[in-house]
Write a protein that binds this ligand. Structure first.
Ligand code: GRF
Length: 218
């Protein structure tokens, strides 16, 4: 089976982008990153791409006449490289129709809260201020809404009364770096089915088990 090609969209630090790079390097994920696209020429994600020899493009929204024109360009660059799955990794924009139509159920995002709780910006701060006792992170497919697409995987952490946005973010980020590569791995193995809002994860066939998921052998 040819390797899944990934396209990553990031606006900043890129630690989730790094977690995908690391999973590929560790061979727990059979995929290759074909392209990083950033909307921010100062994004630290660019240094990560350079270090790991990943091609990158800075595509700047204000240089386009419309939002659709921007997303048409983004979709075109991804398609040109045969990308099969697009990953938003701290991409600070709502995705537009041209990109969603080009990659139906093939765009994932990671969000730092247990959706549908605390969507949008600063999910961790929202959880702390609300007084939630449990929060976490969510990998979901992307639709045109703000963090509204079908949920693929979630992981939970406790929220303590002494937590700040920073301490909770740190606890959640550790799990983000585990579940995002895991969701991509499931996709790469053809194990994700979507029906409406419901995502089903299919069992791994026994003959494949030793190849990419050493944990199932334990
Ligand atoms: C993460 O907290 C992610 O959940 C959210 O944006 C942040 C990006 O961090 N969507 P990084 O750029 O991947 O380090």
């Amino acid at each position: 089976m040819p390797k899944l090609k990934l396209g990553v969209l990031a606006s900043g630090r890129g630690s989730n982008f790094q977690s995908i790079i690391d999973a590929i390097d560790r061979k727990t994920l059979k995929a290759e990153i074909a392209l990083l696209i950033t909307d921010n020429p100062d994004a630290a994600a660019i240094q990560r791409a350079t270090k790991h020899h990943v091609e990158y493009l800075a595509i700047i929204p204000k240089e386009f006449n419309s939002r659709d024109a921007f997303y048409t360009k983004v979709a075109g660059e991804l398609q040109k490289r045969g990308v099969g799955l697009v990953l938003l990794a701290g991409f600070m924009r709502i995705v537009g129709r041209p990109l969603i139509d080009a990659f139906p159920h093939r765009i994932m995002n990671i969000h730092p809260a247990l959706l549908p709780a605390f969507p949008g910006l600063h999910g961790q701060k929202q959880a702390v201020e609300y007084g939630a006792k449990i929060s976490g992170c969510t990998v979901h497919f992307v639709d045109e809404g703000m963090d509204t697409g079908p949920v693929i995987i979630q992981a939970a952490v406790p929220v303590y009364h002494f937590d700040t946005e920073e301490t909770l973010s740190e606890r959640i980020l550790k799990l983000e770096h585990r579940i995002y590569p895991e969701a991509v791995r499931l996709f790469s193995e053809g194990r994700i089915e979507v029906e409406g809002r419901i995502v089903r994860i299919k069992e791994q066939s026994p003959s494949d088990q030793s190849v990419v998921n050493p944990r199932v052998r334990a």
